[in-house]
Each structure stands twice: as structure tokens, then as C-alpha cells.
Unconditional design. Structure first.
Lengths: 189, 164
């Protein structure tokens, strides 16, 4: 079963950091196929995509999970649309800094518009919300962020991705949510 | 809640037909590589004259679908008509990406020394054949397993970890 999971979020929210840490962790567990592929600008910002493939056998079923990031910068919006095509599940990486309050929200709204253009409804999509950079002194409190950034009422994870905290938990939860969404008889998610 | 986790796959006949078209195209056109994928970048079939691991074909198709998708966005911005094919030149290789109806792409890598005219001609022929096959494509369940959500969570925790 081939799954496509995309990490989205504002510029510098930590999407690339998540993917890089996750790749290292899963590589140690022999759960990746090949290398991490990065298409970056000269300033080491994601220009197009970062991706790798994770391979998991679950109850005899081979899951081949392609994990990708979208570029966070607004000028690269058309590329974000191209990467979102055919996505099975989303990880919304939210920058916990109070300074990024509005930009997080704008990215969520823009992603909803992209999915709508593809005939999908963000609110009916399997998502995990990751509140990243929990170590920042100006980090917003979780209850406020839950109200602002989790209209799904879905699983959320507190993370410090740069230290690898919450990275694996986020991945496990999105795999679970995607499998439930795709395979539940009553499709409640 | 109970889940039926089903692994779907293309039926063998379709797989073989797609493989044959790609192989024929590669040999007739003299191309280096041909990958057929859906517009989300999932590989359906590929053939290559250079050694290519399966996972690399998945990366290539992600980039192929991304490039084509980005080009479509550019056309929308400029109010141009939709693209059927894009082509770009490298120092030693040309890259061609052709839209295959209804929602598939064929990515081709060709050496600069190969005649691009004949490649385009064979590509047109192959595209028509692929469209015919894909129109009749069947997806069949390959493996099925029944589990409840709690068991799924437990198993994922055991295999991947990360959840306390």
C-alpha cells in the first residue's frame, strides 16, 4: 500500500527538521528505503521538496510511505499545490512562537484552499497537529493553540523537533490516522 | 471501531501490458529511462537502461509529478492552455514529461545524442497505447486484514514507537 504524507506549515516552522530527524530515527530502525532527497536553495531553504520513503510491514501488509515537505515560503505557493496532489494524510507543523500566531493561521487557510481546489475538504482529512518549538520562551499555551489550529479536534503532539522530541510520535499518529481514514468501515474520521 | 486494511494492486494483465509498452518505447526510441506514474507521483511501471533501484524510481516520479504540476500552475497564472508535454535540456540529457489521460504522466530521459524527433514520435505512439490500457485498468485487493483501532495502535507502537 502506497501512502503519501505531507508535512505543511509556515516558513521555518520546522518541517524540514522533522523530516531530517525522522529519517535518521527510522533509518536506525531499518525502516527506510534509500536516501533522504532534498531540493534546497543556496541558503539551505527548501525550494521544492524534501522526501524519503519509509517501509513498514503491518500484519503482512507492506506500507510504503512517502514523506514529503512543502516549501514554507509564500512565494513558493504554486509548488506547494503541486506537492499536495494525491496526498493521503497531513502533518500540520505549527510554530509555537507567539510572533508566528498569524502566519500559522494563514498557512492553514491556504492549505484548505489548495485541498478544496483538488476536490478535498481539509476538515475531513486525516491530520496530526504538531506544536513545535515548545522550548521557546514566548511559546503560546496549548489550550490557545488547540482552539486556533486544531479545528479537527484531532491528535496533537508537543515537539521540539530540533532535539528530535515528538518527531516519531507525530509520525506514528499520522500513520494511524491515515489507516483509520482509509479503511474504517464507518469512516468516522 | 473495526478496520479492513486492504492492500490494492494493479491486476497482472494490466501490469504486463504497461510493462510491454514501456519496454517497447525504450528500445525503439533509444531513451535512457521511462517512468509511468499517476499525478501524485506513484509509480505504475518503469524501465531503464541504467541500473535503477525501485525506491529511486519513486523519487524520480515525485519530482516528475511536482515539475509537471508546477508547470500547470504557471500556465494557470499566465492564463495559458493546459500542458500536454514539457521538455527541458540538460548538459548531457533531455527530460520529457508527457501527460497521459486521464491523470497519469510519463517521464522520459534521453541522451542529447539521441534524435529527439524520433523520441517524440515514439512517445506519441506509446502515449496512445498507455491511455487505452489505463482506461480499462482494474485495481484488485491483494491482501486484507481485519483489526480494531486499539490493536492497530498497539502494533504501530511496537513497530515504530513514539507513542507512550
Amino acid at each position: 500500500m502506497k501512502l503519501k504524507i505531507v508535512y505543511f506549515g509556515s516558513s521555518l516552522a520546522g518541517k524540514s527538521t522533522n523530516i531530517k530527524h525522522l529519517y535518521s530515527i527510522l533509518k536506525e530502525k531499518n525502516m527506510v528505503k534509500g536516501e533522504l532527497v532534498t531540493v534546497e536553495t543556496e541558503e539551505n531553504r527548501t525550494l521544492f521538496v524534501e522526501m524519503f520513503i519509509s517501509s513498514i510491514n503491518l500484519f503482512g501488509i507492506d506500507l510504503e510511505i512517502k514523506l514529503l515537505t512543502t516549501p514554507g515560503q509564500f512565494r513558493l505557493h504554486p509548488l506547494r499545490k503541486a506537492i499536495m496532489k494525491g496526498v493521503d494524510g497531513l502533518v500540520f507543523v505549527v510554530d509555537s512562537s507567539a510572533e508566528r500566531e498569524r502566519i500559522n493561521f494563514l498557512v492553514m487557510r491556504e492549505t484548505a484552499a489548495v485541498l478544496k481546489e483538488m476536490g478535498e475538504d481539509l476538515l475531513n482529512f486525516p491530520v496530526v497537529v504538531q506544536y513545535n518549538k515548545r522550548d521557546l520562551p514566548d511559546a503560546m499555551d496549548i489550550d490557545t493553540m488547540e482552539m486556533m489550529y486544531n479545528p479537527w479536534g484531532t491528535d496533537y503532539v508537543e515537539a521540539v523537533a530540533i532535539e528530535g522530541k515528538g518527531v516519531l510520535e507525530t509520525f506514528t499518529k499520522i500513520v494511524k490516522n491515515v489507516l483509520i481514514s482509509k479503511n474504517a468501515k464507518d469512516r468516522v474520521i | 471501531m473495526e478496520l479492513d486494511i486492504v492492500q490494492y494492486d494493479l491486476d497482472e494483465a494490466t501490469k504486463n501490458r504497461l510493462e510491454n509498452v514501456i519496454k517497447n518505447f525504450l528500445s525503439k526510441s533509444g531513451s535512457m529511462l521511462a517512468v509511468l506514474c499517476d499525478d501524485a507521483g506513484r509509480v505504475l511501471s518503469y524501465d531503464s537502461r541504467v541500473p535503477l533501484e525501485e525506491y529511486k524510481s519513486e523519487f524520480i516520479t515525485s519530482i516528475v509529478s511536482g515539475i509537471f504540476g508546477a508547470s500547470l500552475e504557471m500556465c494557470k497564472l499566465l492564463e495559458l492552455e493546459e500542458l500536454e508535454l514539457i521538455q527541458f535540456e540538460g548538459r548531457t540529457l533531455d527530460v520529457i514529461i508527457k501527460h497521459i489521460k486521464p491523470r497519469f504522466l510519463l517521464g522520459v530521459l534521453v541522451k542529447r545524442t539521441t534524435s529527439i524527433g524520433s523520441v517524440r514520435l515514439f512517445l506519441k505512439e506509446a502515449s496512445l497505447e498507455l491511455e487505452e490500457i489505463l482506461k480499462e485498468m482494474k485495481i484488485i485487493p491483494k491482501k486484507t486484514t481485519k483489526i480494531d483501532v486499539e490493536t492497530l495502535e498497539e502494533k504501530l507502537r511496537e513497530i515504530i514507537g513514539g507513542i507512550e
